[in-house]
Design a binder for this molecule. Structure first.
Ligand code: ATR
Length: 277
């Protein structure tokens, strides 16, 4: 039996097993199973060893271990360079465990789903400056017109911007703005913070200046709950909205591809699995 895991703490809420087991069944991988496991920090080394010894075929890592798993890994791929967080473990042979991060790719692919979203030449406003922000920031550097970042702790946003100093064209494109301020013009506003994971949590930011502007898309990376206050307020204000479902499904898809070599489909059935939860 090939065993795959998603590890985290808490882990009950994870919908990854539903998705991966669906794809495994669909592609006839009868000897594969994907489970969730709640672990403690002291378990991380043992989990990595089990991947190294082929006792576990692949692992997804979620909060709060995306950074803490790194010291136990043998190598990291380019997707970890910016985010400095890992969400996927893979045995690449010769007892080598590789860490990668499929969030950035999942995010980019979410823009290509129907209806696709164009961000070339657009002004983007990112709320939050945690690990997931670094993964997605890289997607915009080449093609966006301007990227604004705000974070409750401003220093973290500044550090993120400073990582692009000397990297053209990133340096000129990123502007940090104060928490509570809004850029004059923007087309896409992305919540990357954890605010909204718990029902009724509010960012406390005022977006009223974008009222009834259908050209502004509010994108929350959170997929559970489906509609955070950030999205609900945007909908009531008359803006366009999108939640994190497509990013979630696409990051899972990239992990699945890396483990099995099979590219699964994001079909209606797999989307419905998220609805049934
Ligand atoms: P991840 O790596 O998953 O992004 P993280 O590094 O802990 O997680 O980042 C969480 C993000 O949510 C940060 O931008 C954090 O802001 P701070 O840097 O100021 O901590 C943001 N965040 C969490 N709780 C918040 C709150 N109540 N209000 C505003 N921002 C919050």
């Amino acid at each position: 039996m090939k065993k795959y895991l998603v590890i985290g703490n808490p882990i009950d809420h994870s919908l990854s097993p539903l998705i991966h087991n669906y794809w495994m069944k669909k592609h006839g991988l009868k000897d594969s199973v994907y489970e969730k496991r709640k672990v403690e920090e002291q378990d991380l080394e043992d989990i990595v060893n089990q991947v190294r010894n082929d006792e576990i075929a692949g692992v997804n890592v979620t909060l709060p271990f995306k950074k803490r798993i790194i010291p136990f890994l043998d190598s990291l791929d380019d997707t970890v360079t910016h985010s400095k967080t890992v969400n996927t473990l893979l045995n690449t042979g010769s007892k080598t465990v590789l860490g990668l991060n499929t969030d950035g790719m999942g995010f980019e692919r979410s823009f290509t789903m129907k209806p696709s979203i164009e961000y070339n030449g657009k002004n983007i406003f990112i709320i939050g400056a945690g690990g997931v922000t670094s993964s997605i920031l890289f997607s915009f550097i080449l093609n966006a017109n301007k990227i604004y970042i705000t974070n409750r702790t401003k220093k973290k946003a500044e550090q993120l911007r400073d990582e692009y100093i000397g990297i053209t064209p990133g340096e000129k494109k990123i502007e940090v703005i104060d928490w509570g301020e809004n850029p004059k013009i923007c087309d896409l506003i992305i919540n990357t913070t954890s605010v909204g994971l718990k029902n009724n949590e509010k960012l406390g930011l005022d977006f009223n200046k974008y009222e009834n502007n259908k050209n502004v898309l509010f994108y929350d990376l959170i997929y559970n709950p489906k509609e955070t206050n950030f999205l609900r307020d945007a909908r009531l204000r008359g803006n366009k909205t999108m939640n994190g479902e497509m990013m979630f499904l696409n990051q899972a898809l990239v992990s699945f591809e890396r483990w099995t070599g099979i590219s699964p489909q994001i079909d209606n059935e797999v989307i419905k699995l998220l609805d049934n939860d």
